[in-house]
Design a protein around this ligand. Sequence first.
Ligand code: FAD
Length: 627
Amino acid sequence: MTELERYKYDVLVIGAGGAGLRAAVEAREAGLRVAIICKSLFGKAHTVMAEGGAAASMGNVNSGDNWQVHFRDTMRGGKFLNHYRMAELHAKESPDRIYELEMWGALFDRTKEGKISQRNFGGHEYPRLAHVGDRTGLELIRTMQQKIVQLQQKDAREYGDAQANIRVFAELTITEIIKEGGKVAGAYGYWREGGNEVLFEAPAVVIATGGVGKTFKITSNSWEGTGDGHALALKAGANLVDMEFLQFHPTGMVWPPSVRGILVTESVRGEGGVLTNTLGERFMFKYIPEVFKDKYADNEEEADRWYLDQDNNRRPPELLPRDEVARAINSEVKAGRGTEHGGVFLDVSKRIPAEVIKKRLPSMWHQFYELAGVDITKEAMEVGPTCHYVMGGVEVEPDTAAAVGVPGLFAAGEVAGGMHGSNRLGGNSLSDLLVFGRRAGMGAAAYVKSTTPVAVSDASVKAAADRIQAPFTRAGGENAYSLHQELQEVTHNLVGIIRTGSELQDAIGKIAEIRKRSQNVSVAGDRKFNPGFHLAFDLDNMLLVAESTAKSAIAREESRGGHTRDDFPGMSDKWRQVNHISSYNGSEVVVREQKLPALPKELFDLFDVHELEKYMTPEEIAKGGSN
Ligand SMILES: Cc1cc2nc3c(=O)[nH]c(=O)nc-3n(C[C@H](O)[C@H](O)[C@H](O)COP(=O)(O)OP(=O)(O)OC[C@H]3O[C@@H](n4cnc5c(N)ncnc54)[C@H](O)[C@@H]3O)c2cc1C
């Protein structure tokens, strides 16, 4: 083993997706020295896969849009379990973040008048998603990467060193957040290529590590989505909020098996795609929930007219929030009306001319043509639900993105919880990354300026190093790949789209058993180019995430958003007032209830009281907001 590499920074940002890069820019522009650390190559974070767009109420396509409408849609989508302050900041600030991105060079698609174009998406009342074809995430990352290079070029001119104040450490895995005297002192990890260990000392760490999809068997997430940040935060003493809420995107590819789970963007439905079962029925009309009946068309004629006249018709039910569409597809397949590969049909070819499909949905056309041999300009796609997004995440202070309970720790992007409540609207993640990435950078900068850094002790370094070496010291132990597969079977079968108390109990037992066996994982060979070595750490993270999800899910005895209980099918106004908080006691995840902050009067008054009656208790309604 070579000598330990050591670095000192003001702010460490773990993650180079949209949230991490936006946080890094903000902290650097506040005059601080910043390190960005990522598992993949710079520019390859999961965010590049985002397709449809970023939601912001700029009102470019329908001038009726504004932050209040966006706020209402977000709260409705989250079934009123969102942290109201996060939803408020997000709705108010996302237009500025989009214009800022444009100033930094993002080339958004345009309306005829030359404004940033905005497209329809499920759950959004107006066309709201700023987009770049169906490659919006790629453009977002490209633009912010360019911004970072620009900051580095400035440093090169000023200090003769491009990396003087902002440096990217790519292909490096962080395995631990280090605290000294109760506050953050740095982080520890290893270079993925050769395994050499690295210590970063810094008073502030921003976790921006993305999602947890790889905990599940079928997922749209990239290989990085192993819940590292969720687990790092838990182990550092932070809380996770509402981990029972996972979004199963209704439309992943179901065939061929090699591409199972890969996302079919919601834009396909936004552009007019229609869902049918094997009987040819446009089945979504059967699945419009009571709370959405006044907003969604209950017949094909009106649904079709909406594409031409959105002011005088209700939206097609294919554009219901994702949880509703995913459950509907699941029910059709279970009832024997699904395709032989366990999906349903999604067809855009009958509504839009081939050249328009290729222009508006180029990646989708390419993806199906290359991977499944299907020409979506002529034939229907076969689609089914795929684990897509985790609404639960690190509990943060909305204004600063500071992790509750751990001084110096911040979290933004998909790893943070609260913003989306029980279900995220499409497009609200990319804008979330920008709004709260910036706020995390600001929060970390303010914290660093107000605190004295503490040095990392030798004992902490030794403990972190021993943990990295541990799988190599055990011969003939458990295989990380087999355990990962076993975990994915458990989550898929027992903690998936539809849950029951007895299955969740079974899952909790099985996850504990796999976790026990995982303490004995051994890795063959050495550290160089060794994927088994990486998985040993990823597995530990995914097991903690799965435990938190299963324990939160069994505790929530209702169905809401991304959590459906067969044994408790309805929404309950008692449970709407409860967040589940997961913490780690050193051996297991413990879940407790916490009261959700009530809507303040000025936000309460944005809703029609009859709508609120569908979600809130008569006492809450009578109070009319918290102030
Ligand atoms: C196919 C697809 C399409 C989507 N389309 C849209 C869309 O159109 N609109 C929308 O709003 N949302 C969309 N989403 C959701 C959205 O893309 C994600 O929620 C978002 O990109 C997450 O960004 P992030 O910055 O939080 O993290 P990510 O982009 O996931 O980045 C995480 C970063 O953390 C790093 N990392 C993780 N663990 C470690 C570790 N231990 N050590 C060091 N580094 C680590 C990774 O290497 C990576 O750099 C889509 C998702 C998918 C899967």
